[in-house]
Design a protein around this ligand. Structure first.
Ligand SMILES: C[S@@+](CC[C@H](N)C(=O)[O-])C[C@H]1O[C@@H](n2cnc3c(N)ncnc32)[C@H](O)[C@@H]1O
Length: 231
């Protein structure tokens, strides 16, 4: 994702080199962007994710300009606004109520300097309908998982139940279960909510390319800029 963002930012200039990676997870993108020269704040609401991010930073063995902090993406505020906010890998699809997405976009707009940029991806309805649907089994060395997914056309939400089995030192397996619910948002709704938040869409791409979306796009990348306050 860092390479793709670098390519995007060649066509969509940002005023400076400060950024927030929203819902940063284990900090992969935040650390890669810091290595590219950005001053990064990684925010996530999960202490477990943030602990892993700190661990990853420690293993770099070199100083990088990254801080990690706990925040809810639906309601966060920065002391100093930044030039770029990123939110990647389906994260906004986890906001399954339109009002939550609107709150998040408003918080992002407040976190940006005028002309600052927001780059985020969204899994498409096509993706959730065709890929988060049915049963899938995967086996790796020391780990296997079963994923049951169900797409609900009435809500546009897919629910994925992941049951994982991790091999332990004693030769047995430890079982865990995760439930993920993602909602696809029509482009027209996303644009409307961005506009309400004061964010102007500059481009929408078939994610990981610089091509426009097509009917089989799995994920879209939105590039939106904060409107200057006087407009
Ligand atoms: C699909 S993961 C993506 C992680 C990361 N962006 C990446 O690309 O690897 C979703 C992340 O969103 C975080 N998250 C979910 N709801 C959140 C919320 N309301 N506020 C902040 N983080 C949230 C989760 O803890 C998780 O780290």
């Amino acid at each position: 994702m860092d390479v793709y963002l670098r390519d995007l930012l060649r066509s969509h200039a940002v005023p400076g080199w400060t950024m927030v990676d929203l819902a940063c997870g284990t900090g992969t993108l935040a650390l890669l962007m810091a290595e590219r020269g950005w001053t990064v704040l990684g925010l996530d609401n999960s202490p477990a994710m943030l602990a892993q991010a700190e661990q990853k930073r420690a293993t770099l063995n070199k100083p990088v300009a990254v801080q990690f902090g706990q925040a809810d993406m639906r309601d966060f505020a920065l002391a100093t606004p930044v030039d770029l906010v990123t939110c990647c890998f389906d994260t906004l699809n986890y906001l399954t109520a339109e009002a939550e997405l609107a709150c998040c976009l408003a918080a992002v707009a407040r976190a940006l300097v005028p002309q600052g940029l927001f780059c985020f991806d969204l899994a498409t309805d096509y993706f959730l309908r065709h890929y988060w649907q049915g049963v899938e089994f995967e086996e790796f060395d020391g780990y296997s998982q079963v994923m049951h997914s169900h797409y609900d056309a009435a809500t546009g939400c897919s629910t994925l139940v992941l049951t994982g089995f991790t091999a332990t030192a004693s030769g047995s397996y430890q079982r865990f279960r995760e439930v993920h619910v993602e909602r696809a948002y029509p482009d027209v709704v996303v644009r409307q909510l961005l506009a309400q938040a004061g964010l102007v869409v500059e481009a929408v791409y078939d994610c990981f390319t610089l091509q426009p979306p097509n009917e089989r796009s799995l994920r879209l990348m939105y590039v939106a800029r904060r409107r200057p306050p006087d407009e």
